[in-house]
Design a protein around this ligand. Structure first.
Ligand SMILES: [Zn+2]
Length: 272
């Protein structure tokens, strides 16, 4: 591992390097890491900014939408000056303004069954910050097939959820928790039910923290656990998750062999 850092980088990352759990070796791990963020919305905004600030060397940003005025209540990587711009490019611009030293790969399109495995294949860790079930299941299944850790978060109204799925290393996958997408219209989206903007900020920041822990190999990860936060009650609780032996994605008799069964992702009315 190359531990050569410029004086500027040593100063930039000094508060990390001071931590015994990070140090120079940890900072080099962050620099060498490649993280893919699917969705540059309410979760993706703080996630991308904190990963860039932390010095994660390569960050891919997948989002096919453009910045809308109704996004700015919570999607803090975007700005009034960038209304109408592509969200992936806008988030990359915000990240670059914080840390010009990281590589930002802008993918201004939706994740599809055709491009998912190719895109994910270039990264070490994948983060889901999307707000439609078709894309959530597509990301989750692609990560199982590609054996990539998935750090997943979701928000609605005043509640957030977070977990890490890496069935290749033990623990459940997303389908162990949610075997199939719910019928259309059963679970409302943020554009239908609303979301307190700051709740997306907390959950995206927790997601960034878990990604950094995974890269550094420190602390207790979220594999096999679901964190649920009720912002109105100001209460966190953690639920144990077990692998489902009958899971069609990761179980012993898994039937999921490719992504051909996925319908194209519908348009996102509200990217979280
Ligand atoms: Zn599973």
């Amino acid at each position: 591992m190359n531990l050569d850092f410029s004086d500027t980088d040593i100063e930039r990352y000094s508060r990390h390097i001071l931590l015994a759990e990070v140090g120079g070796i940890g900072q080099a791990k962050l620099r060498d890491a490649r993280v893919l963020v699917v969705g540059a919305g309410g979760l993706g905004s703080p996630l991308i900014l904190y990963l860039a600030a932390a010095g994660v060397g390569t960050i891919g940003i997948v989002d096919g939408d453009t910045v809308d005025l109704s996004n700015l209540q919570r999607q803090i990587a975007h700005s009034a000056a960038r209304l109408g711009a592509g969200k992936a490019a806008s988030a990359a611009e915000a990240a670059r303004a914080i840390n010009p030293g990281v590589r930002l790969n802008v993918v201004a399109k939706r994740l599809t069954p055709e491009n998912a495995l190719d895109l994910i294949g270039g990264y070490d860790i994948v983060c889901d910050g999307t707000d439609n079930f078709a894309t959530r299941f597509l990301v989750a299944d692609a990560c199982v097939l590609a054996r990539k850790p998935l750090v997943s978060a979701a928000v609605l109204r005043f509640e957030g959820q977070l977990s890490t799925f890496k069935p290749h290393a033990g623990g459940p996958c997303y389908r162990c928790l949610y075997p199939e997408p719910p019928p259309d219209g059963l679970v409302p989206t943020c554009s239908e039910a609303g979301v307190l903007g700051a709740v997306t900020g907390v959950m995206g920041t927790l997601q960034a923290t878990e990604v950094l822990k995974e890269i550094l190999g420190i602390g207790e990860g979220m594999a096999g656990r679901l964190l649920v936060w009720d912002a109105l009650a100001a209460k966190f609780r953690t639920i144990r998750l077990n692998p489902d032996p009958a899971c069609r994605a990761c179980g012993p008799a898994a039937t999921l062999r490719d992504l051909s069964g996925h319908a194209p992702a519908p348009a996102m009315a509200c990217a979280v």
